[in-house]
Design a protein. Structure first.
Ligand code: NAD
Length: 442
């Protein structure tokens, strides 16, 4: 395959990662077949409709489908027959014991072994624990043996670091590309695929690449929990975590990112990846007390905030509370493991009446909590509220006419779970404003 500038790639799994990766490869002029077993998703994608929300992605989807670089199918066999490079981008959710559920990855590996008709490079984009590359190879070889075949297969680990909400930008302009591979042929194919990314490439073993992804997410999760833990102390000591982290972040050894105190991390990656890494450590009989503490702080952060709210406004029973923001962060429709879900749970348990508004996440949450009243505009959601809880810092929410809102609510309690509003401006408008770790005077 040396000298090839365009690669035929099959991407299996068209979720946030698979679709974005497919679009990035198509943008770099490779020929991509994206495959999913979910026919409804494929039918949408074939009409250039994105099955999830991600700014700017739908336009590119249409563009690259039109250019002929990108097509979608539910026919895995066709993808495997046409492409020598197969990316696995299916989900790896948490199992009940906290380990990564590899059943989707293993299923795809089995299918590849059952359908491949020549040499393939099989690349794992999904986040998988150390040793999964070996498992994938064993499954494929086993399936080939059943068919009395012995084509060679190269396994590659190429973890994904994109952020939902910035997925397209991150996929097109990665800060680094990590490639874990063990043959020159696989290395050359991967170098060709990423040539136009103009990013530094780190070549490692497959196992190192698998570990890098978990280590990076675990470190970021720890940074967030460290700050959230400090926020609890700041609140008690009348200090302001926002100022403290501003001062910390000016030190280039620390850096300003991931230092915002809030109601904790959520989403489809940090909670499941920290848990999976802790599980891997347990299997290896290694204790990771720092990561365990980071996970524990995150588990308790919403409850800590809800207690703070109750201390301020009293019992939730019978109170109308408006939740602004449901997604785990702005600019995505992803509500997996979002702190807002824990907030709803606790409010309902304490017999509050919950109104909610989110620009993108309401449909998902409605399925879990039909008893919440979902409103089409934030102002409707805020009418007659006894308290406001801001759970996701969408620009649209921050830019509300807060003076108008003050006229709509029954009581002026404003609990900012993201420290995203200006406390003194809110207090000047007459709100009883409470943030995270910013003390009474903050
Ligand atoms: P997702 O749940 O959005 O999408 C997974 C897709 O795989 C689904 O569309 C599903 O139908 C499809 N699928 C499952 N089994 C299949 C099969 N046998 N054949 C074909 N398709 C199949 O998941 P996601 O958020 O895109 O994440 C995918 C992986 O990437 C996970 O391991 C995740 O941890 C990792 N990751 C996610 C992000 C993120 O921000 N979402 C970032 C980096 C890494």
């Amino acid at each position: 395959m040396s000298g090839v500038t365009h690669v035929d790639v099959a991407v299996i799994g068209t979720g946030y990662v698979g679709t974005t990766t497919s679009i990035a490869f198509a943008a770099w002029d490779h020929k991509v077949i994206a495959i999913d077993s979910d026919r409804e998703k494929i039918s949408k994608l074939n009409r250039s409709v994105l099955p999830f929300y991600e700014e700017g992605l739908e336009k590119r989807l249409e563009q690259y489908r039109g250019s002929g670089n990108l097509s979608f199918t539910d026919d895995l066999k066709q993808g495997i027959a046409r492409c020598d490079v197969l990316f696995i981008a299916v989900g790896t959710p948490s199992s009940p014991d906290g380990s990564a559920d590899l059943s989707y990855v293993e299923m795809v590996a089995r299918q590849i072994g059952q359908m491949m008709d020549r040499y393939k490079v099989v690349v794992t984009k999904s986040t998988v624990p150390v040793g999964t590359g070996d498992k994938i190879k064993a499954i494929i070889t086993d399936e080939l043996k059943k068919r009395n075949l012995s084509f060679s297969v190269d396994i590659v680990s190429n973890p994904e670091f994109l952020r939902e909400g910035r997925a397209l930008y991150d996929a097109l302009h990665p800060e680094r590309v990590v490639i874990g591979c063990e043959t020159e042929t696989a290395k050359k194919v991967m170098a060709t695929l990423y040539e136009r990314a103009q990013a530094p490439i780190l070549y490692t073993t497959i196992r190192d690449a698998e570990m890098i992804k978990y280590a990076a997410n675990a470190f970021l999760a720890t940074k967030i929990s460290f700050v959230n833990e400090l926020a609890r102390l700041c609140e008690k000591t009348g200090t302001n975590i926002m100022k403290v982290t501003e001062g910390m972040g000016m030190d280039s050894r620390i850096g300003p990112q991931f230092l915002r105190a809030g109601i904790g991390y959520g989403g489809s990656c940090f909670p499941k990846d920290t848990t999976a890494l802790l599980n891997l450590a347990r299997e290896q009989k290694i204790v990771l007390p720092i990561l365990q503490a980071a996970s524990d702080v995150n588990q308790t952060q919403v409850t800590w905030f809800m207690k703070r709210i109750q201390r301020t406004m009293g019992s939730f029973s019978g109170k109308r509370i408006t939740l602004l923001g449901l997604t785990f962060k702005p600019e995505t429709d992803d509500t997996r493991e979002a702190p807002s879900l824990k907030i709803i749970e606790q409010l309902l348990q304490n017999k509050a009446v919950v109104n909610a508004y989110d620009p993108q996440g309401m449909e998902h949450v409605k399925k879990i909590y039909p008893q919440v009243v979902y409103k089409l505009t934030p102002y409707e959601a805020l009418k007659g509220a006894d308290a406001i809880i801001l759970a996701t810092e969408w620009r649209e929410i921050l830019d509300l006419d807060w003076s108008k809102v003050k006229g709509l609510v029954t009581q002026p309690y404003l609990f900012d779970g993201r420290n995203a509003l200006d406390p003194s401006a809110m207090r000047d408008l007459g709100y009883c404003y409470v943030g995270i770790g910013i003390g009474e005077r903050g």
